[in-house]
Each structure stands twice: as C-alpha cells, then as structure tokens.
Design a protein around this ligand. Structure first.
Ligand code: AMP
Length: 289
C-alpha cells in the first residue's frame, strides 16, 4: 500500500502514520523527520535546510526530492510506504508522480486530514516528542501513559517541544500550507486518489476513520502481515473451534486420517525399497512413478 497523508501542521498526520506503521508494517517516510535528523547530525543537507525550517518556510525542492528519491530506493519500501509531509507543493507532487511511474509503484490513496485552523494551533501548542525515540505525543490529546517508558532508554520519555512549534513560526507554516500545499487537494482529487477524513476529536476515532478510508488495501496488507508473521514461526493463532471445524476433527475422522497416512507411508516405503534393489528397479520399469 502506497499512500500520502496530506494535512496542515498539527492535523495529526504523524501520530496516525505511527499507528499505521504498527498495523500495516510499512515504513513512515516523514520529510520533516528526515530533515530534522540531517540538522541534528550537522550534515551539508541539514545546514542548507535549517534556515527555511526555522522560519517556517519550505525547504528547497531539489534538497527534499533528492532525499525522497534515496529513501524510496531502500528495500523496506517494496511492500509500500506512508508519505507524511511530502509532497508539499505542486512541483513536488509532479516529481513524485514521475518517480513512482518510473518505479512502477503508483500511489493507492491520498488521505487529507481535515481540521479547523483554531484546533490546529491548539494541538501544536500541546505537541511534544521524545528526544530519544522520536515518538510524538500531544499533552492535550494523547499524552504518554504514566507506565510507559522509552523503548530506546527504558526510562520515561524525555519530552521536548520542537523549535518550530513556537507561535510566530506556526503562523507562517499555516500560511505556507494554505498557499502551497492546499492546491494538492484538487491535484489528487482530479486523479481519483483523494479521500478526506474528519481528523478532529478522539485519536482512536480518527484511527478508525483512517482505516475505513483506506479500506481494502489496508485489510490486504494486514492479512499479508499476519501470514508473514505465522510463517516466521510466531505463536500460532488459535481459532475458536466452529461447529464445522469440530465436526471435521471428530475422533472417527482423525482415526481414518491416521490410517490413510500410515498406508501411504508403507506404500512410499515399499516403493523406495523396490527402487533400492536391482530386482525391484526391474519390476518397476515402465511403471509411472
Ligand atoms: P513537518 O515536520 O512536516 O512539519 O516539517 C517541518 C519543516 O520541515 C517544515 O516547516 C519545512 O520547513 C520542512 N519540510 C518538511 N517537509 C518538507 C517538504 N516536503 N518540502 C519542503 N520543506 C519541508
């Protein structure tokens, strides 16, 4: 399943993308996260991106596209991916379309997260992320449970506020969204890929709306994930025995099956023994094996 999550800053794309990763087993590709990691590592890309990020503006297309091209070439994206925060303008959307065409991996859906602007500002003010594992929380809508610890350190999450989640930068990011990113709604609607969900309210409810919007592709992926899990020797799924299955496993039926398997085993044994001797091979000549 290859999808794009489209929505203004604070609309909950990142939170829902993380939940989808767990359910569907495909990677989240967040250009914001990749750029923040580049800034933190002090790479050349990070150095070039930093100023635009601090000001709430978009980073240059060539930098973001290079990063995306490289990421989509990695093997974990073969079963699909969740793009979060990319594309952000029409030039990026066209470039993505060309790239996926070349890879013969077209998008399955684009989900737009619909939230009122006032709610967006409220949510951004409550947003925190763990400095160690990167998981995103919202102190107003989805705070970490008191018993929860960071999977990296084993200690409680170290919650930090993003530097660009301050009032002035947020206002600019919302303006940039309206001007550059909102036109993508019509772009994807024209291609028949757009699904809109109400992303206000309870986080679990939004997860259910997103699952409904993704429908069949998500169900297929989750089925494949379960099958892969079983094949890898994980704990088998225990089904509640239905009446039909119980009948199939009646003592009489089990005994008949055991006898059939034993007969087959003896026959195979006999065949092997015959083929193992020159006389046996002579007797078997001309008979289909
Ligand atoms: P986000 O975490 O998605 O809110 O992104 C944080 C910042 O990273 C944005 O305000 C932009 O400065 C930059 N950024 C993230 N994704 C893109 C993109 N696709 N194109 C340009 N800039 C981006």
């Amino acid at each position: 399943m290859r999808i794009v999550l489209l929505g203004a800053p604070g609309s909950g794309k990142g939170t829902q993308a993380q939940r989808l990763v767990e359910r569907a087993g495909i990677p989240q590709i967040s250009t914001g996260d990749l750029l923040r990691a580049a800034v933190a590592r002090g790479t050349e890309l990070g150095r070039q991106a930093r100023e635009a990020m601090d000001g709430g503006r978009l980073v240059e297309d060539s930098l973001v596209l290079g990063m995306i091209r490289e990421r989509l070439g990695e093997p974990d994206t073969r079963r699909g991916f969740i793009l979060d925060g990319f594309p952000r303008n029409l030039a990026q959307a066209h470039a993505l379309e060309r790239l996926l065409e070349a890879l013969q991996q077209p998008l399955d859906a684009v989900v737009q997260f619909d939230v009122e602007p006032r709610e967006l500002v409220r949510r951004i003010s409550g947003r925190r992320s763990c400095a160690d594992c990167g998981r995103v929380f919202n102190m107003l809508t989805s705070p970490p449970a008191s018993s929860e610890s960071c999977p990296r350190t084993g200690a409680p999450h170290r919650l930090m506020q993003r530097p660009d989640d301050n009032e002035a930068t947020v206002a600019e990011r919302l303006r940039v969204y309206d001007e550059k990113t909102r036109p993508l709604i019509d772009f994807y609607r024209a291609r028949g890929l757009l699904r809109v969900i109400d992303a206000a309210g309870d986080v679990d409810e939004v997860t259910r709306r997103l699952a409904r919007a993704l429908g069949a592709p998500l169900r297929a992926l989750r089925g494949a994930k379960r099958r892969a899990h079983k094949g890898a020797g994980a704990r088998p799924t225990h089904h509640k025995p239905t009446r039909k299955r119980a009948a199939r496993q009646s003592p009489g039926k089990i005994a008949r099956r055991k006898r059939a398997v034993a007969r087959k085993g003896r026959a195979v044994g006999r065949g092997k023994a015959r083929r193992a001797t020159p006389a046996g091979r002579g007797r078997l000549k001309g008979r289909p094996r």
